[in-house]
Design a binder for this molecule. Sequence first.
Ligand code: PMP
Length: 438
Amino acid sequence: MTTSNDDLFTAARASIPGGVNSPVRAYGSVGGTPRFLVSASGPRVTDAEGNVYVDLVASWGPALLGHAEPHVVAAVQEAAARGLSFGASTPSETVLAELIRSRVSAAGVNPIEKLRLVSTGTEATMSAIRLARGATGRELLVKFAGHYHGHSDGLLAAAGSGIATLALPGSAGVTAATAAQTLVIDYNDLGAVRTVFAEHGDNIAAVIVEAAAANMGVVEPEPGFNRALVEIAHEHGALVILDEVLTGFRVHPAGYWGLSVERDGLYQPDLFTFGKVIGGGMPIAALGGRAEIMDHLAPLGPVYQAGTLSGNPVAVAAGIATLERATPEVYAHIDAAARRVAEGVSAALDAEGVAHSVQWAGNLFSIAFRAESPRTYAEVQDQDAFRYGPFFHAFLDAGVALPPSVFEAWFLTAAHDDAAIEQILAAAPAAARAAATA
Ligand code: PMP
């Protein structure tokens, strides 16, 4: 049997495009052979060669409690033993919907009255947009440059994540007619928001925004930005879709929305999307909002949305077990772990004289190789990104797996204990030297 990462990658490339089922996994921007993982536990992952890494990817966010958390695994095993999928309603779907719904509460307000479960974040945002169009009778969508909302046709213009990593402007295969219905504007620029509404306000169905941008590296909305965005959209009769697929239940028990309401005061987006943490590593995502909007979905309303595996009972069990354990202590632990890692790595970069900024949104962070914090996609791209490959590989050689792109957030989990954090910090000086001499 083949066990080296090199051999596995060769074999994978023969049968899977690029050898990967999602582009950023291919190490395109950092170079080298992707690690083929065979198991994971707590803060660590193990590759096919038996190498163990402290993991800062956390499956790109879902592993809030750490990998293979025993209660979550037990819940999945019990659910699986009762049947993998029924294609019918189950009691546990409502339990998960209620766990999500009730947590999204701040300043005495609960903006989600109803919720529908889907299987991926892409489906959640795609369905939210269709719903917004169906509910408003309007066509245009506004999105921000550098924000990633999944890979549906209308959302790939100037998108973050793999589109940014591969330096693509968008995607081939999206028709000009579809692309023309998405208006892309600069993030953190309320002037641009006012201008797009002044020009197209009557025909804008919705603005979609990452609750805090985390797919072009982390770029937090400026104080009051999300709130003002909602105000402007509502003045023009448009809806706001707050995409919490990445941030939801990761940065705060009430999502980034809950965190930002504490800072900025109350604002009420019309629709929310979730994914990642709500499935605890299994494929679950959701869209939710006021009943008056959500009830446009079939079978109550004319906006069609469906899924053979939607609300899958095994995935729902993982989501319930994860959210039930997402306690304030878990967030306090992740917040503190993230600060220690970011401060230690930043100090190592300072010691080597590497210009950088640490970008925060709650406990999410990323490091940009430029002295000043970027606020927009153009500023994010204006950095010494070439330093990231050597930096990444120095960490990998020391048994620490960072996200394989400078445009992705670093994910800590409840399982990152002192030993894991110390291993990361011990690797930082050599990684900083590699970045300095890149
Ligand atoms: N929205 C955001 C903010 C995301 O970060 C992602 C995935 N990284 C998605 C949507 C798409 O989710 P999925 O990959 O599950 O389709």
